[in-house]
Write a protein that binds this ligand. Sequence first.
Ligand code: SF4
Length: 191
Amino acid sequence: MNASNLYEYLERISNLVRTSIRKTGLVHDLQPVQTEALHYLSRCNHYSNTPVAVAEYLGLTKGTVSQTLGVLVQDGFVKKTIDLKDRRVVHLQVTPRGEKVLNDLVPPPILTSALENLPTEINDQVGPLLEQLLMALQRANGLKTFGACKTCCHHRLQENGLRMCGLTQEMLAEADGEKICREHAKPPVAA
Ligand code: SF4
């Protein structure tokens, strides 16, 4: 496949998904970018739930993200806390209200119904192929991976079953393994 064909597919798919997110988000007065920020915050770990990390993940300016997060906080979908070690840093957590709204919006029904209509053998290939494409795109362009913590080269699973981050030397909770992180780094590919 060449890049032009791929672009046409991805552009059409992302337009359809965004339109669906826009329509369902309107019920809760949420713009697509607000839904995306809320979804990111529901999946990231405590090193990554800052306004700067949201801006990096969404590829937006700090000003745009600041406005987006302001609305989410004001409407009670997200709550702000001050970092205990560095009072200049703000953390953002999705509230139970935000989680409830996300359950209505994600995944967009347009995708659920499409996958249900795919033959099983095709459906099984979609995830792995998209993952490969995403990884190739990130590698080729030097982009952050924002991957799940348990797949990071710094992730340490100790003999006692506890998890530790080799980068920060801090212990991690069991649930942190599945969360995405702005410091995530893929293990080097074996030669
Ligand atoms: S192990 Fe990697 S992904 Fe997990 S918290 Fe540490 S740097 Fe982030």
